[in-house]
Design a protein around this ligand. Sequence first.
Ligand code: FMN
Length: 324
Amino acid sequence: MEIYFAPMEGMTPSLLRNLHNEFFGGCDKYFTPFISTNENYLLNHKELRDVDPENNKNLTLVPQIISNSAHQSAEYLYMIHEKYGYKEVNINMGCPSGCVVSKAKGSGMLRDPDFLEDYMTDLEKEIKEIRPEGTFLPDISIKTRIGYYSENEHKRLTEIFLAHPVKQIIIHPRSRTQMYQGKVCMDEFRYMYEAFTDAGIGVVYNGDILTKEDYMRIAEEFPKLEGVMIGRGLLRDPSLARYIKGGKQADNEEYLKYMEAVLDGYSEKIPSEKNVLAKIKDLWNFAKPAFSENEKGYKDMCKADSVESFRVCMRQYVRNSRLF
Ligand SMILES: Cc1cc2nc3c(=O)[nH]c(=O)nc-3n(C[C@H](O)[C@H](O)[C@H](O)COP(=O)(O)O)c2cc1C
């Protein structure tokens, strides 16, 4: 079964993806955080840098788009393949953020099933009709939730996706209302898993895999999965995919080397020290649950107001805390 590193806006830029791959490996695919489509079919500077194959060597990258327009989506699929050679593009139908949803993007696409149905129909049409015969278009995968208001919407969503099959569906079994919290809805996930695998559509599970045991449970219960996607679990334990695949779990020194490499990378790329500190502290916010028995050390790290004092505190924190 494959393991994918989930896209996380602000947390998984190319710098982190590359360092993760170099230090730990274990992930079969990485996804870019979402690229919002627009009518000019242009990527901004940040998106360009993030998607540029030159900045994503030695790993398999899947660019992700977010859109409410079938026409723009089809153009981006084409452009991303033509310009950068990617063979798969992922469409985000899961983002729960208010400003995304208000534009009927991300999980906002799931709010009105008729809108979703029209989008999928038009996307199919655009792909078939607008592009000249023989044009290669990348495979489409969709990252979705199981409903907008509630998990009870999963059957209708399944029906729509079955009528417009794509290569693979990555399912986060929560409704938009749940954001990323609360119980994952495994009965609803099973329904979708059975329906899509029966129809020959690849299914990937995403949600709350934090340990090897979590992975084993999912893999055992759903043997026909093509893969699992892991987000927060890989920020907490960057060695998790390697460990799941039989490699070793990180120890304190390896963890520290990785975090220092991330800190150095941010320091090189981001001109303002304040912004470097904000970025590394954001990452530590997700990494923190891996460590225990040193609350004071963590507080010292949070209080650091220069990169060098942060580095000193980080070394002390990682070396003097219990990992896992
Ligand atoms: C800070 C943050 C940013 C995220 N950004 C994206 C994104 O750009 N695209 C996307 O599809 N999902 C995004 N997600 C959702 C994750 O990809 C993933 O679905 C979610 O964290 C649940 O998986 P997990 O329990 O393994 O973390 C984001 C999540 C977080 C916490």
